[in-house]
Design a protein around this ligand. Structure first.
Ligand SMILES: Cc1cc2nc3c(=O)[nH]c(=O)nc-3n(C[C@H](O)[C@H](O)[C@H](O)COP(=O)(O)OP(=O)(O)OC[C@H]3O[C@@H](n4cnc5c(N)ncnc54)[C@H](O)[C@@H]3O)c2cc1C
Length: 453
């Protein structure tokens, strides 16, 4: 008699979903376990998601190729893939076009599928709109009305579209408002010869401004703080040992210790980035050691500064941005929207400091919605409403155990439900880049195959 394969549904086929599916197939093949993996997403190709679906060559990875392997235990895998594709073109220190990374992840999944033994991968071109417990497993409802039962479910949903609540209603309803610059086709059809206003000054703003800035059109970018991501170093940096910091000392003590560490790294290695990068292995533990009040304080007082130093722009991107600023095609700085009134031929904008601008369109570059309780996503709403998941202390994602298994709200035994990536930000602080995601994908797959579901 043949054993029934264990059924795993992976919801979302971006980098997180593709890496989890690849890990499940590889591990099942190694263990000789029959497994049925359903990878569910409307996206046309796996492994792309918002970050790697771009076809623009100047959209570069913001992490050097040497840190972007799909597998933590094979750190050169992506660099070797690049070398097979175009020998001698890229080094581990390069920030390569993001579209190449999407192609790589697609091949990683295809290779895992080809060698999966008794395990099988099925792509399901649909969206999951609801989930509930069904016996020992779970039952998913899809957008097309179909039902899909699984023994284990992985939520690889990524981030959610930006919050637009800050925008005045008449702007939100206007065709001159771009609510999500990463939505397919969002940047097409903007008025050619009018200035534009971008709200938000992070990595999204840099990418968008570089696509839109040109002679004859000025792109204004403002945010409350006006801070812009710092550039990566042009060459590979030496590693440094992370500092020993006791988070029980409280946020002021942690701040002092980290600043001292970064200054010491700058003195020793000539670059502050060495100190910031050395914090990667201790970030989650430091974060989890802070009290809930300190974590909230970090969000309001330190988060922006942390982000612009930790999530840096590729050197070539930073150079192109600085050149466009020097040309006067982009202006960037502090500023808050006070009002925005669409008119027949533009949007009249007033900033809180009294400045007035007339622009052809306003683009929301504030980044993904960070509060999971406010996400207008039916699946998230159902999971929270039914108590299958509960928000973490900051509301940025779901509370999970150390391997990503989602904790139910009422302390009842957990459902066979895991998550990774952005939905773990609240508990790990950093949980959106590949170095974190690939480790989580391995942990989730290992936990599921260990039979924890
Ligand atoms: C512009 C940009 C550049 C980036 N550059 C880098 C970089 O250089 N290096 C790096 O390490 N990180 C980078 N990141 C971080 C990036 O978030 C991760 O690397 C990674 O792409 C996250 O993948 P994900 O699968 O978690 O999320 P996503 O890429 O958002 O994918 C989630 C997928 O889930 C699907 N989905 C959501 N809900 C459902 C549902 N209910 N049913 C079915 N499907 C669903 C969506 O359709 C989507 O395809 C970048 C991010 C952005 C936005």
């Amino acid at each position: 008699m043949t054993e029934n394969p264990r059924r795993v549904a992976v919801v979302g086929a971006g980098a997180s979903g593709a890496l989890t599916a690849a890990q499940l197939l590889r591990r099942a093949a190694l263990a000789g376990v029959p497994l049925d993996v359903r990878l569910i997403d409307r996206a046309p190709a796996p492994g792309r998601g918002a970050a790697y679906a771009t076809t623009a060559d100047h959209h570069l990875l913001n992490v050097p190729a040497g840190r972007m392997s799909a597998f933590a235990d094979a750190p050169d895998d992506f660099v070797h893939w690049l070398a097979r594709r175009a020998p001698g073109v890229h080094t581990a220190a390069d920030h390569v076009p993001r579209r190449l990374y999407g192609a790589y992840l697609g091949e990683v999944l295809a290779a895992a599928e080809a060698r999966a033994g008794a395990a099988r991968l099925h792509r399901v071109d649909d969206r999951v709109v609801s989930a509930r417990r069904a016996g020992e497993g779970m039952s998913l409802r899809l957008g097309t009305g179909r039902r899909l039962d699984a023994d284990a479910v992985v939520l690889a949903l990524g981030t959610f579209p930006p919050d637009n609540a800050w925008a005045p209603g008449r702007l939100r309803r206007s065709p001159r408002f771009v609510a999500d610059p990463w939505a397919p086709g969002a940047l097409r059809g903007l008025p050619e010869h009018q200035d534009l206003l971008l709200l938000g000054t992070g990595l999204t703003m840099i990418d968008v401004a570089l696509v839109l800035a040109r002679p004859g059109r000025r792109v204004h970018a403002v945010s409350r703080h006006g801070l812009v991501p710092r550039p990566h170093a042009a060459t590979a940096l030496p590693p440094a040992r992370p500092p020993q910091v006791d988070p029980a000392a409280g946020l002021p003590g942690v701040r002092r210790a980290l600043l001292a560490h970064v200054s010491a790294c700058r003195r020793t290695h000539g670059d502050w980035r060495v100190g910031i990068d050395s914090l990667r292995p201790v970030t989650a533990a430091l974060w989890q050691g802070l009290s809930p009040a300190d974590r909230i304080r970090f969000q309001t007082e330190d988060r922006r500064l942390w982000d612009v130093h930790r999530h840096r722009a590729a050197p070539a991107t930073a150079r192109a941005f600085a050149a466009a600023v020097a040309e006067g095609w982009i202006t960037v700085g502090p500023g808050e929207l006070a009002d925005a009134a669409p008119t027949g031929d533009g949007v009249r904008v007033r900033l809180r400091d009294g400045r007035a601008l007339t622009v052809g369109a306003v683009l929301n570059c504030t980044g993904p919605q960070a509060d999971v309780r406010r996400v207008p996503d039916p699946l998230v709403a159902v999971l929270l409403g039914a108590g299958l998941a509960e928000p973490d202390d900051l509301g940025q994602g779901f509370r999970t155990d150390a391997l990503g298994r989602v904790r139910p709200a009422d302390g009842s035994p957990p459902a066979p439900l895991w998550t990774l990536g952005a939905l773990r930000r609240g508990s790990l602080l950093e949980s959106t880049a590949i170095p974190e995601i690939r480790a989580q994908a391995g942990e989730v797959a290992g936990d599921i195959l260990a039979g924890a579901g």
